[in-house]
Ligand binder design. Structure first.
Ligand SMILES: [Zn+2]
Length: 148
């Protein structure tokens, strides 16, 4: 374990605000969760990442746990190693789109596909949660693109 100072509360607040209170990977909304989302280091501290805002992203527990200290992953389509989605440098809508039924995230790019596979963004449990949230108007987030 690397010992370090905790990220100050004021910075965590900024991360949440910047993320619009969504997990910046799977776009689950923190508002409906039992547990608070975590602040993810996009470039892990162990690889030289810092606590500065441009290296922090809001992530749900599952996305954070699956990302671990990775910054690249294999694109399931080409087998190429590509960067994972970086919420501070990349725009979600340029890499992902919701399926027409709004239950699955579809990757539009190699980075999108690699991130979906690595973080398991279409795991069965989250699809059930999206379906339930969809029925009561909590899903998908208002500005997200949806496939035709
Ligand atoms: Zn997530």
């Amino acid at each position: 374990m690397v010992s370090r100072n905790k990220i100050p509360e004021a910075v965590r607040k900024q991360v949440r605000h910047q993320a619009n209170h969504l997990c910046e990977y799977c776009h689950a909304s923190e508002q409906w969760q039992y547990v608070k989302f975590t602040v993810d280091h996009i470039l892990p501290l162990s690889l030289g990442g810092t606590d500065s805002l441009d290296n922090l992203a809001l992530a749900c527990f599952h996305c954070n746990r699956r990302k671990t200290n990775r910054v690249t992953a294999s694109d399931p389509e080409s087998g190429e190693t590509v960067p994972l989605f970086n919420p501070r440098q990349d725009r979600w809508r340029e890499h992902f789109v919701w399926s027409a039924d709004k239950l699955r995230v579809i990757g539009l790019t190699a980075t999108g596909r690699a991130t979906i596979a690595t973080l398991d963004l279409n795991r069965e449990r989250i699809i059930h949660i999206r379906a339930a949230d969809l029925e009561i108007g909590r899903h998908p987030p208002a500005d997200d693109p949806i496939a035709e």
